[in-house]
Design a binder for this molecule. Structure first.
Ligand code: MG
Ligand code: ZN
Length: 470
């Protein structure tokens, strides 16, 4: 519904006439040069196309709200465009989840997690936090209805499918596409204590790792090897590890960047597990601390070990492996933007955002060569970091944890993390920053290619399902 309404609106000559002026001022485009042509007539007519695209690439920056992408933009230099700036269509999505209740309507929860928000874009339905592509229910440990996912619909149409993340592949964001389980923590066969009724031995679908392999996802690349090394306890593959089960189903298995690069194209699926848990960070820097924070420093870059592929390299290889006549659906997650935001590590967070932006660049370069490809970029929820005054003192200091970075423009950028750590009335925050909270703001959504006008305006993350589905 939303899609056709927006398409009709875009087809009006008034919109095209504004775009025809072609100046940065008229189009609202930040940067000149290549981006200045963002809203050509051809771009607009492609964006408002109602024909489903052959290929869909979704890139999810976990926790990459407007503050996080702006911090990465400013650190890199205010006059340096990001790859995401090549995308013409931009909108906002609300991300509220729901609270458990005995019956609908389920009350809104304004501060969601990646499981509930992922379920929204993957299935088009609201659910409770912690839940993976199942509907809401009366309590977290009461399984909901399994919901069909955009990946499953793409498979039904004969498309190839891929799921890529810098987190464990069993983490919530990659999990929502190819598994259904009541609690996100039930990641491997040995992690099923809280999901006892959903084990294979109990007649269920098994852990997230088992389900991802059982789905026959053509390309699975990321971290989380330890989950897949666990032993399956029920069903036909009982006694084998999940990796062994995958190999029995024809998966080609690799564990490092060289192994991934060497995999030839072919129909057999690929399982790449490049770290025992989350993949390594790109950058390091100081942790945030109370009061004024550290003296301004530049981040230490290039910290990822060479045996782990970058997110851009995984994206590039996934696209090569997935390309076929019937098309594909690929999800790419920059997962540790969120994880380093929780940890008040500004350099870790910004390094992951920059690496995620490079993966966006790979997707857009692919789209340039294969125009019948829709690229959508979003965050699953907003997060805690904020850019604040560098000159604050005394009672002007932020109440949370602060860090100061020297940007590539040679200036101080102060960031604060202040959504957890309060220690009672009139006390300072606890000295060691505890895990910070997600926030409830709308997230940005960018689109490029056929049908991308559907992201315009303010929508809900459940609407994204209709944009992504085949
Ligand atoms: Mg995630
Ligand atoms: Zn998080």
């Amino acid at each position: 519904m939303k899609h056709s309404r927006l398409s009709a609106a875009l087809a009006t000559s008034a919109v095209v006439a504004v775009a025809g002026a072609g100046t940065a001022a008229a189009t609202g485009v930040l940067f000149s040069g290549e981006s200045g042509d963002l809203l050509s007539k051809k771009t607009l007519s492609t964006a408002s196309s109602k024909r489903p695209p052959q290929n869909v690439i979704l890139l999810v920056g976990d926790g990459m709200g407007t503050q996080e992408i702006t911090a990465a933009r400013y650190y890199q230099g205010v006059r340096e465009p990001l790859d995401v700036d090549r995308m013409a269509m931009t909108g906002f999505d609300t991300t509220w989840s729901v609270k458990a209740a005995d019956q609908p309507p389920y009350p809104p929860d304004y501060d969601p997690d990646s499981a509930a928000t992922g379920t929204m874009w993957a299935t088009g339905e609201k659910t409770i936090d912690e839940r993976i592509s199942q509907g809401p229910s009366s309590a977290e440990d009461v399984p909901g209805q399994d919901l069909r996912t955009v990946l499953e619909l793409a498979q039904r149409q004969g498309k190839r499918v891929g799921d890529v993340s810098t987190a464990e592949l069993t983490d919530a964001t990659p999990a929502v596409l190819a598994s259904h389980i009541s609690l996100r923590g039930c990641q491997g066969p040995a992690d099923m204590a809280a999901c006892a009724s959903e084990t294979k031995a109990a007649g269920g679908l098994g852990s997230i790792a088992e389900q991802e392999v059982d789905h026959g996802v053509d390309v699975l690349l990321g971290g989380g090897r330890a989950r897949f090394e666990q032993t399956i306890t029920g069903g036909p593959d009982a006694g084998q590890t999940v990796i062994g089960s995958a190999q029995g189903k024809g998966y080609r298995y690799v564990t490092d960047a060289g192994g991934l690069a060497a995999i030839p194209n072919g129909n057999k699926p690929v399982l790449g597990l490049f770290s025992s848990s989350n993949m390594a960070l790109e950058w390091t820097g100081p942790a945030a601390s109370t009061g004024k924070g550290n003296a301004p420093v530049a981040c230490t870059e290039n910290q990822r070990p060479a045996n782990e592929p970058s997110l851009a390299a995984m994206t590039d290889k996934a696209l090569e492996l997935l390309e076929n006549r019937k098309g594909f659906f690929l999800q790419v997650e920059g997962a540790s933007i969120d994880k380093q935001d929780h940890a008040t590590n500004a350099c870790g967070q910004i390094g992951e955002t920059v690496a995620f932006d490079r993966a966006i660049g790979e997707a857009l370069d692919y789209q340039r060569r294969n125009p019948n490809t829709l690229v959508v970029v979003t965050a699953d929820h907003s997060h805690t970091s904020q850019i604040v005054s560098e000159d604050a003192a005394d009672t002007g200091l932020p109440t949370g944890y602060s860090t100061n970075l020297q940007t590539k423009d040679g200036q101080t950028m102060s960031l604060t993390y202040a959504t957890a750590g309060y220690n009672g009335a009139d006390n300072p925050p606890v000295a060691a920053p505890p895990s910070q909270q997600h926030t409830g703001a709308v997230v940005p959504v960018w689109g490029a290619g056929p049908g991308s006008a559907a992201v315009l305006g303010t929508n809900d993350h459940t609407d994204l399902f209709d944009v992504l589905r085949p």
